[in-house]
Ligand binder design. Structure first.
Ligand SMILES: CSC[C@@H](O)[C@@H](O)C(=O)COP(=O)(O)O
Length: 354
């Protein structure tokens, strides 16, 4: 048996001061800095600038955000409070478009608001707090279940490739794609994880390599363009990635570069699994073509990581933050309720019914 993994909590509410505490993911791995936020605009900014990032963590932050924003209202009636709630919700919903967990969490907060119709302003606000706490707590359980289902597919000693960061800091605890690694480690499994650096924002290098190393997991950092060689050399037995939105047909949007990894995995006959809580599955999106892909500023490509420009001044850029992996490249979609296999349009809805 290995030792229980002591994972960091990257998003939580400080109950005493009613403040959202976020581990600032933009300064990792150089600084471990916790932000203490109360203001709606600061929470919006934290989501937009990826201080909090990863689909489930964004959802949790938005749930706390809409609670804290509504709490600042001066409304004295349910209806006036609802108007302020809706403004806060709409504002937070404008922060990032791709991860459906953001909208899922905000809709769930609204459903809770509506359920409290006969209650006082104070009671509604306390119900919102309770709901946000529930969303966070449930995510811990969901991630653990995903980890257990995923672990049943893996063998100790395997090499696992992952892209971006779908780890503890992208969720309430354990992560999604990294959950089986942590749970396996607790059972004494010996995985060799290969982390793609994940250009342009380096979530793989700065976050995945950091959190796995902190937890004592055997992790090797590679540049994105090295995924093919490690597969060809037989170092990878499975690919595990997280996800920002799964369409009804199983097409899955995740960090830019993921679909390229899936194409390589198919070529080398390596199973490619997408780990996705059901809060990431959006049956209202028929296919990946319906998923809104976030475009981000040029500086992330041209000047972010060096003092000197990394590209000619004013060069044209194209910086999509996500891509969609076609369902036929996906071996299975691992949810908290089990593993969905093709045909996904038939099998994904069944996951909600368990
Ligand atoms: C469990 S997190 C899954 C995804 O959200 C993750 O893989 C990802 O693509 C995150 O993108 P980011 O832009 O860093 O928020």
């Amino acid at each position: 048996m290995g030792k229980p993994v002591d994972v960091i909590q990257s998003v939580r509410l400080d109950d005493e001061n009613d403040t959202l505490i976020l581990l600032d993911q933009t300064v990792l791995p150089n600084e471990k800095n916790f932000l203490h936020l109360k203001e709606l605009k600061d929470i919006w900014d934290a989501i937009y600038h990826l201080k909090v990032r990863g689909a489930p963590a964004i959802g949790i932050a938005a749930a706390y955000g809409v609670y804290l924003g509504t709490k600042q209202s001066n409304a004295e009636t349910y209806d006036d409070l609802y108007n302020d709630f809706k403004k806060a919700k709409e504002f937070l919903a404008s922060s990032r478009p791709t991860a459906v967990n953001l909208f899922w969490a905000l809709d769930r907060m609204e459903a809770r608001f509506q359920k409290e119709e006969d209650k006082s302003v104070k009671e509604v606000i306390s119900a919102l707090k309770e709901e946000a706490e529930k969303i966070r707590a449930e995510d811990e359980e969901v991630c653990e279940s995903i980890g257990q289902h995923a672990l049943s597919l893996l063998k100790s000693g395997w090499g696992i490739l992952t892209h971006c960061n779908a780890g503890t800091i992208a969720t309430a605890k354990y992560g999604t794609a990294l959950a089986p690694i942590y749970l396996g480690q607790e059972k004494g499994y010996d995985f060799k994880v290969y982390a793609d650096e994940t250009r342009p924002l380096l979530q793989g290098a700065r976050l995945t390599a950091w959190e796995l190393k902190e937890a004592g997991v055997d992790v090797t950092l590679i540049c994105d363009n090295m995924a093919s060689i490690v597969m060809k050399e037989g170092k990878i037995q499975a690919v595990l990635v997280g996800c920002d939105r799964v369409a009804a047909n199983g097409d899955a949007a995740n960090k830019i570069g993921t679909s390229g990894v899936a194409i390589l995995a198919k070529h080398y006959n390596i199973p490619f699994y997408v780990c996705a809580p059901l809060s990431t599955v959006d049956l209202a999106c028929k296919t990946g073509d319906d998923i809104h892909i976030e475009l981000r500023p040029s500086e992330e490509i041209t000047s972010k990581w060096y003092e000197k420009p990394m590209a000619p001044e004013d060069v044209q850029t194209y910086n999509p933050a996500f891509d969609v992996t076609d369902n036929e490249l996906i071996t299975g979609i691992i949810t908290e309720n089990g593993i969905a296999y093709a045909p996904f349009s038939e099998n994904l809805p069944k996951m909600f019914k368990k």
